[in-house]
Design a protein around this ligand. Structure first.
Ligand SMILES: N[C@@H](CCC(=O)N[C@@H](CS)C(=O)NCC(=O)O)C(=O)O
Length: 223
């Protein structure tokens, strides 16, 4: 039986979604973020040393890192579903997006989250203007332009095909959902990029996505 170690409002939501798309049985062990730090509780370190979510266990096997989990589930249980055939251009695109989501798209979005918090952190009044100035400068000179660069690129990519790896929905779309949802929550993604907004609307309407949200509980990404 597959167990998903699920942290509220987190990347593990997309693992639940893929499991629903694959129509697999699974159970959820739930973890709540600390209300102040937003970090995962220490119990998660008993499952994997980094204590991050998602992590899955499948009998004796434990797999962390969303991309690796997706590859594992698709390889072991996919029976060819949601992955383009090997040695096709679509398969290479699929691999690219599986890595790109966490390796390239997420870092500037994470920086945005951190520097937004620096701006509003409760610090002594005489430090506040300095903290705000440094955070504001980091955001305007580097973080926000980087996010815009990625979003413009992704908008152009989705003008080429309906889904990230080609004309069929694949697990790469599941992996790409999180950076796009994070960008809509805190990275300035809005109707000015209609292809990306349409992608989000389409995935949110998928029955498996809706079932995954029902299973995972309220899903509201950090701002
Ligand atoms: N690249 C990893 C990132 C894992 C990660 O940072 N997960 C976040 C949730 S979205 C987490 O566990 N945060 C809580 C913490 O760091 O304590 C993946 O894709 O699985």
């Amino acid at each position: 039986m597959i167990t998903v170690h699920h942290l509220n409002n987190s990347r593990s939501q997309r693992v639940l979604w893929l499991l629903e798309e694959l129509d697999l049985e699974y159970r959820i062990v739930r973890y709540q973020r600390d209300a102040n730090t937003m970090l995962a509780p220490p119990e998660l370190r008993a499952v994997h040393p980094l204590g991050k979510s998602p992590v899955i266990s499948d009998d004796e096997t434990t797999v962390a890192e969303s991309g690796a989990i997706i590859e594992y589930l698709i390889g072991r249980y996919g029976n060819g579903r949601f992955v383009p055939p090997p040695e096709t251009p679509q398969r290479l695109r699929y691999t690219y997006w599986l890595h790109y989501a966490e390796g390239s798209a997420m870092p500037p979005l994470l920086l945005k989250l951190v520097f937004d918090r620096v701006e509003t952190a409760p610090v002594p009044f005489f430090i506040r203007p300095i903290a705000r100035a440094i955070a504001g400068r980091a955001k305007s000179s580097f973080i926000e332009p980087q996010i815009a660069l990625h979003l413009d690129y992704l908008e152009r990519e989705l003008a080429k095909s309906a889904w990230f790896a080609g004309n069929d929905f694949t697990a790469a779309d599941v992996q790409m959902s999180f950076p796009l949802e994070a960008a809509a929550a805190r990275g300035g993604l809005d109707g000015a990029r209609p292809k990306l907004m349409a992608f989000l609307e389409t995935i949110h309407a998928r029955p498996a996505y809706r079932r995954a949200v029902e299973q995972g509980g309220p899903y509201e990404l950090l701002r």
